[in-house]
Design a binder for this molecule. Sequence first.
Ligand SMILES: [Zn+2]
Ligand SMILES: [Zn+2]
Length: 210
Amino acid sequence: MTLLKPSANAEPTALAPDPSSLSSRAVRAWTERMAVRQQRDGTYAVATESGHTYVVDLRDHSCTCPDHEIRGERCKHLRRVAIEITARRIAPPGRQRARCDVCEEVTFVPEEAEPPHLCGNCRVAPGDIVVDRETGDSLVVAEVMNERANEYVIEATGKTVAAHDTNDGYPKDDIVVEVTYLGDATRNDNPRRYAFPYSRLNHTDAELVG
Ligand SMILES: [Zn+2]
Ligand SMILES: [Zn+2]
């Protein structure tokens, strides 16, 4: 299991707004049955209880419904799309929903992003300095692989990352991170890479400069 970092924002909060404080359009946006679907062009199709489907475009705050087009109101469909994005049920324009490959939380990634997908809490990027929990060595992230510890075979030994005794305590299905040793990385233009299970690496706030 990968432990989730505690949320940075642990303030007590209500999940739904107080309906008595909302306008009638806002109440309908929360309470009516609507199905929201993200479309390829970045708009959202909102199917309503009454059987209509309207197209919401958040980029110009437009909706094809009469309430918006004729009365110029911020209609319940626009509001509903915003609510669903805030609740992480659908992705904002240009992004897609993905499950983090480390902690499995739902996160949003750019539409063209290749896996692995990592959420903000789990993200490591090339150049980040991490620490090997087993040895205390400082390492530099070279690449986050789209392979799990029980899939990635280390050439030198012919064994998977998960099969190495030193990785016994870490999940077999951890994603694999290729790293270099910090000393090598600073001395050598083409430092040798080593493969580690994600959970064996302790994040730091440091990154390699230059
Ligand atoms: Zn509308
Ligand atoms: Zn995550």
